[in-house]
Design a protein around this ligand. Sequence first.
Ligand code: ATP
Ligand code: MG
Length: 336
Amino acid sequence: MSSDILLDLENVNVGLVRHDREVPLVRDATFRVRRGEIVCLVGESGSGKSVTARTIMGLTQLDRRMRVGGAARFDGTDLFGLGAEAMRRLRGRDLSMVFQEPLSSLDPVYTVRSQLTEGLRRRERLSPRAETARMLEALTEVGIVDGARVLRSYPHQLSGGMCQRVMIAMALLARPALLIADEPTTALDVTIQAQILELIDGLRRETDMSVLLVTHDMGVAADLADRVAVMYAGRVVEDAEPLPVFAGPGHPYTASLLGSIPPMSGRRPVRLPTIGGSVPDPSALPSGCAFHPRCAQADERCAQQDPALERHDGGAVACWHPARLTEAPAAEGALR
Ligand SMILES: Nc1ncnc2c1ncn2[C@@H]1O[C@H](COP(=O)(O)OP(=O)(O)OP(=O)(O)O)[C@@H](O)[C@H]1O
Ligand SMILES: [Mg+2]
């Protein structure tokens, strides 16, 4: 039976083994992505978004220092139980990722053409002429006008923004069931960024592709997301539809993120400005709720016990003092 849930993460933990102790990079991360849905994963720098994304792709596991626990199911398959070969087959075909650093994920010794060909052949066998046409079409979709030159180029001959677009074209050529896009538009100017987000949004409508979009930009999340998962210090601390998140966040951390969006941010790239304090180092997490030292609402219990992610109507919040949805947004003054 095919369920409408394509990706299901339950209590996913990632620990980095260092000097015989395990540093928790991701802690009990729990969220779901339904078919055809865009889930935005948001949170400050260092909160564990990329590690979570790379763990779903089976890439964290290639590093011997990393310990991965919990459960991740993709279309009913236990991702953490798959062998390396089965995982490799899934990657690039049903599961595609656009990495945060495009240059490091393109292979410097191959032309763009040969790298795109690999992605394309995972999906379909075409004549060389039809392959070229598909590749040029994919490059045009991401705003590349001189596709023929780009196909002949090596990554070092292209700008960072161009490499990022090539990565996106490559991820989309495979027509994946789930696209994981980690800050896919950071090196791009605003017009191209909007164009690419529209392309991704259009594809999920046409092909029922699901998207896990990692972004710093709450404006993008507000525009595109069907659900928003908020990460802090390796944990998902809030998970809900955008309307409740933006109209009345349950977690003081979400409120503080929203308090940091300039009004009318729209599709402009909004980098999260510094909000009081910073994400704790995973090797020195505070006791209790990891957010408590920065939270104006914290009390003794927050300093001692870490709240569980509690489900409520349509969402989940991990906080001892969640704002009720009827309360006014606590955007101002949620932070000390
Ligand atoms: N390969 C690694 N080895 C050691 N520590 C790592 C590794 N990758 C990530 N970390 C640590 O894990 C934590 C989470 O990092 P991650 O890259 O997931 O953050 P992020 O939310 O993606 O941040 P950003 O928004 O800056 O991309 C950070 O403290 C980071 O230093
Ligand atoms: Mg990251």
